[in-house]
Design a protein around this ligand. Structure first.
Ligand SMILES: Nc1nc2c(ncn2[C@@H]2O[C@H](COP(=O)(O)OP(=O)(O)O)[C@@H](O)[C@H]2O)c(=O)[nH]1
Ligand SMILES: [Mg+2]
Length: 350
């Protein structure tokens, strides 16, 4: 059964970087992954691309031929893709039945909040057996201001209601958050979206004119009770693994590592493990706890790592990397020595 992530979010929220980071991580884990670029304006693609919409249509051609601006042109491209769904389907079939695909989408928010083409494409994929989740990246910068944060909540809710997919909202670039000054609340306040009435004071200070409107939006968001956020710092392995677990839980994906994969101690049993180690609930359990990567990170740990004690953690990680580098260098030296001895031939046993 093919699985996929529909990666959406405003321009610059980190979608393409996330796809690239995930490709590197999954390749290292020996886990299948392909990336499909569906952004016809993406001319600087950082990752290896399995399917590229620019082979079907480009934004520049549309703007030139139809006299459209960048926004109208982008919507035209999405409608064109929907009309040529077979083009996409044929190429996706070539990726195999067990493909895991990231769909890198354009940043125009209306594509995931109002416009119907993406919604129709997604539902056709679902009908043909794809298990999909929307991964909505939102620049963590938005939490630095109460009214910006409320606009983010509304945008996230809108995308959730429109696409009707299992949905993960993500505060991206959380590693930069300490640069924006002190936050009004701890990070868990922004990720858990529990009691938004606490924003009242912050709203009085930042946008008193729209305070009543903003508070009404807060009430609406709370009434739905749907919006929450994961966090992401794309270069941090733990952060990527934590998000991967959340997405796997949403799609129901279970990763069974190939028999020759090095699996960390105490992780999910390998497929060739004795049946006593593979309970019937194996699939469910693995998807519930997440594949092979240890316990879920609490948002308070994220707060400590990137907000409260960022410098100490940076220094600590540098020391760890140096140690790991030293170990890898020594291992390489030992292997080289062994190879040399083997090349010279085994010593005469006479
Ligand atoms: N510090 C930091 N920068 C990031 C992160 N993710 C993306 N970026 C940067 O954000 C910018 C926009 O990223 P990009 O992937 O092109 O965004 P897109 O328009 O959503 O595809 C680039 O300069 C990235 O290097 C992150 O987790 N941390
Ligand atoms: Mg991009």
């Amino acid at each position: 059964m093919p699985f996929g992530e529909v990666v959406i979010g405003s321009p610059g929220s980190g979608k393409s970087t996330y796809c690239y980071g995930k490709h590197q991580l999954f390749s290292a884990l020996n886990r299948p992954i392909s990336i499909v670029n569906l952004d016809p304006a993406n001319d600087n693609i950082p990752y290896p691309c399995a399917i590229d919409i620019s082979q079907l249509i480009t934004l520049q051609d549309v703007m030139r031929e139809h006299g459209l601006g960048p926004n109208g042109g982008m919507l035209y491209c999405m409608e064109y893709l929907e009309a040529n769904y077979d083009w996409l389907e044929d190429r996706l079939k070539e990726l195999g039945k067990d493909a895991y695909v990231l769909f890198d989408l354009p940043g125009q928010v209306e594509i995931s909040t109002n416009h119907d083409s993406l919604k129709h494409i997604v539902s056709r994929l679902q009908k043909s057996g794809w298990r999909l989740a929307a991964v909505h990246l939102c620049d963590a910068h938005y939490v630095t201001d109460a009214s910006k944060y409320i606009s983010l909540l509304l945008l996230s809710l809108r995308a959730m209601l429109h696409l009707e997919l299992p949905h993960i909202n993500v505060l991206s670039k959380v590693d930069l958050i300490s640069q924006y000054g002190d936050l009004d609340f701890n990070l868990d306040f922004y990720t858990e979206v529990q009691d938004l009435s606490h924003l009242e004071n912050a709203l009085s200070a930042s946008s008193p004119r729209y305070k009543a409107l903003n508070l009404a939006i807060c009430e609406l968001v709370e009434d739905f009770g749907l919006v929450g956020f994961e966090t992401l710092a794309v270069e941090d392995k733990h952060s990527m693994l934590n998000l991967t677990r959340a997405i796997d839980r949403a799609t129901g994906y279970v990763f069974v590592p190939p028999p020759d994969t090095k699996v960390p101690e105490g992780a999910v049993p390998k497929p060739d493990a004795p049946s006593s180690q593979r309970p019937n609930t194996y699939s469910l359990l693995s998807s519930a706890v997440g594949p092979m990567h240890g316990p879920r990170t609490d948002v308070r740990d994220v707060q400590e790592r990137w907000v409260d004690a960022r410098e100490e953690w940076d220094a600590y990680e540098k020391v760890q990397w140096r140690r790991e580098g030293e170990i890898v260098r020594k291992e390489a030296e030992t292997v080289a020595k062994k190879n040399k001895i083997r090349e010279r031939g085994a010593p005469d046993s006479k």
